[in-house]
Design a protein around this ligand. Structure first.
Ligand SMILES: *Cc1c(COP(=O)(O)O)cnc(C)c1O
Length: 371
């Protein structure tokens, strides 16, 4: 028998969450479309699994890795596929052309490469602007070069549809004051103010946080990621209240029970010290499964349907749960690490991280069941 750990991926929940993103986006912009952001192996949920679940109604798929884009095309995905960081070197472009990928352009040099490459493609482009996050994106100083390159591409009949894009750094700000996105929209607008053609091009601004809180900035295309997987982008609002359903649930079982007396300690470093007689459930899940090692004792965990807390340090293959107040539990009791019944966001908060990181870290050794 394999170790009693597995993850369940609820494809109906994924579809539900995608539809919610579409509904929010089309509130103010009836024509708005939604890229299903499936980068990082669909945030740990399985790229092809997510793509198959959404293939009949997703408007497009967005990711970073050229190989992942090819995998989607080879699986028969016909929708537009957006490479969120574009291409990395000229050699990538033949593949991009073959598979009709939409390319994000964040440096003018990428446009030079498009112009120089001897391929008959008409490139669909996303021009990515740096509006204050200062990670990727074109700056106002680069725009003259960008415009020259675009004009050259257009003159050669090699320019496909252009969309303007930027990415918010704090759309998830506590309190949801629209000022947290407005300052970036203003910078974005200013950077294209003297560019008449750009005024007619479609715009893509919103990540999950903006889709959920600021549908007034949805525009032509939104880019929901974490919300598809049922994680809340907000520290001050839970996923259920946003109408999101959890997609990944991580399940295990109790392997062993230790009854310990006052002063006994649990796990590496003896980080938990019993202040009362304690029933310790040893659970088949550790950091090699993707459970965060930095989750401190006291992190929520569900045993036999009841919420309790972890005890001491997380080991590679095991962790400990407090069963003292759960007398009906014992060896083989089912354990939920996160998912339907225990929001991943609660576990992430206790561990000082975000649900994105928990999902992405799900280890390959954990078997996955689709439901
Ligand atoms: C990852 C990513 C998204 C999705 O962000 P979420 O917070 O997961 O919704 C959107 N746009 C870009 C450019 C991204 O890199």
């Amino acid at each position: 028998m394999p170790r009693p750990i597995h993850a369940c991926i609820d494809l109906a929940a994924l579809r539900h969450n995608y539809r919610l993103a579409q509904r929010r986006a089309t509130e103010k912009f009836p024509e708005a479309k939604a890229w299903a952001v499936v980068k990082a192996n669909a945030y740990g949920h399985g790229l092809l699994r997510a793509a198959r679940a959404l293939r009949d109604f997703a408007d497009g798929f967005a990711l970073l890795d050229l190989n992942e884009a090819v995998i989607l095309r080879e699986a028969g995905i016909k929708q537009p596929i957006l490479l969120l960081e574009g291409f990395f070197e000229m050699a990538d472009l033949a593949i991009c052309a073959t598979h009709a990928l939409t390319l994000a352009i964040h440096r003018p040099e990428q446009l030079q490469m498009l112009r120089q490459v001897a391929l008959p493609a008409r490139w669909p482009l996303y021009l990515k602007f740096n509006s204050g996050m200062n990670r990727l994106g074109l700056t106002p100083a680069q725009l003259p070069a960008v415009r020259r390159e675009l004009a050259a591409l257009a003159a050669a009949g090699r320019l496909g549809p252009v969309t303007l894009m930027t990415h918010f750094a704090e759309a998830d700000a506590v309190g949801g004051d629209p000022a947290c996105v407005a300052w970036q929209i203003e910078r974005f607008r200013q950077s294209i103010a003297d560019w008449p053609e750009a005024a007619n091009w479609p715009v893509s601004l919103a990540n999950s946080a903006a889709v959920l809180r600021f549908p007034q900035v949805a525009h032509a295309w939104v880019r929901p990621g974490i919300m598809l997987y049922g994680g809340s982008p907000f520290a001050d609002q839970d996923a259920a209240s946003l109408g999101l359903r959890p997609v990944m649930s991580l399940h295990s079982r109790v392997l062993s029970v230790q009854e310990i007396g006052v002063g006994e300690r649990v796990g590496y470093g003896g980080a938990f010290v019993a202040r009362r007689p304690t029933r310790v459930g040893v659970v088949a899940c550790g950091y090699a499964d993707g459970y965060p090692r930095h989750a401190p004792g006291g992190t929520p965990i569900v045993v036999a349907g009841q919420r309790t807390r972890t005890l001491g340090r997380v080991s590679m293959d095991m962790l400990a749960a407090d069963l003292s107040d759960l007398p009906m539990t014992g060896v083989d009791s089912p354990v939920l690490l996160w998912g339907e019944g225990l929001p991943a966001d609660d576990v992430a908060t206790a561990a000082g991280t975000i649900s994105y990181e928990l999902f992405c870290a799900l280890a390959r050794r954990v078997p996955v069941r689709e439901v």
